[in-house]
Design a protein around this ligand. Sequence first.
Ligand code: NAD
Length: 275
Amino acid sequence: MSISTQGERPTVRKHSAQRVAVVTGAADGIGWATARRLAEDVAHVALLDMRLDAARERAIELGGTHLALRADVTSADDVRQAIDAVIEQFGRIDVLINNAGIGDQSAPTVEQDVDAFDRVLAVHLRGTYLMSRAVAKVMLAQRSGAIVNLGSIAALGGIPGRNAYGAAKAGILAMTRAMACEWARGGVRVNAVAPGYVRTQLVVELERRGTLNAAAIEARTPMGRFAAPEEIAEAVAFLASDRASFITGTTLAVDGGWLALAAPESVLESQGANH
Ligand code: NAD
């Protein structure tokens, strides 16, 4: 096993025929579950995160010839250097997962901070744009590749106060369609998943502190529970794989039925009781 990080000399042999995936925000939550899942399908996973130490630990935990990289996806320089490092090490990129993200501020709209608004847009929207742009150059030259973006149910329904987050996720879905059409004949597919509520460490911690009403979320979800990060990762891995070879420009909701419900949630309880 050999692990390398950006800035250090490559320590693995280059296998140009072996598939390579880049996952942003891979040190935690859905990104980490996705990196684990993709490691079953591809030879090398580049785990990119702002927190290099955490990404390094994850790369070691994953084993094999994987790579940890530090980059802030909002920085064009960071993104360029990270992609150069992946190419230097592995010679190609077959899969990009634009997962890095942050939550929105919790104040009411009239009291919100404009800088915080801009930062949420930057991480999600600019980050997805910069990463896709840099990686697509590589994929178009290969004439193959798959990009999967993380959307959210917040892109498709309104969450009071979550202005930047909802707008950023809706923008990501729009960009998914635009890039999919632009690059389809170049052999590059672009899709998105729209998760519902996912039980990541953050959710567990918020629940423990009593600042998240998990019971209310479960009651509003037709399947009556949160998603596990692995369930989102499975959908991402499908869209990234050749099994999705004729799918591009689409958004796959992975939400336990959240978006399908257009009735009071009490109807769910009575349905459950009937069967
Ligand atoms: P998380 O906070 O557990 O992990 C996010 C990771 O992204 C962290 O490791 C963090 O260091 C990294 N990151 C943050 N900003 C970055 C930046 N500028 N550059 C590089 N890395 C950065 O988050 P999560 O809950 O796993 O969410 C992952 C994605 O899924 C996000 O895009 C989020 O919006 C989306 N999503 C999450 C949920 C949910 O319920 N958790 C639901 C729908 C969509």
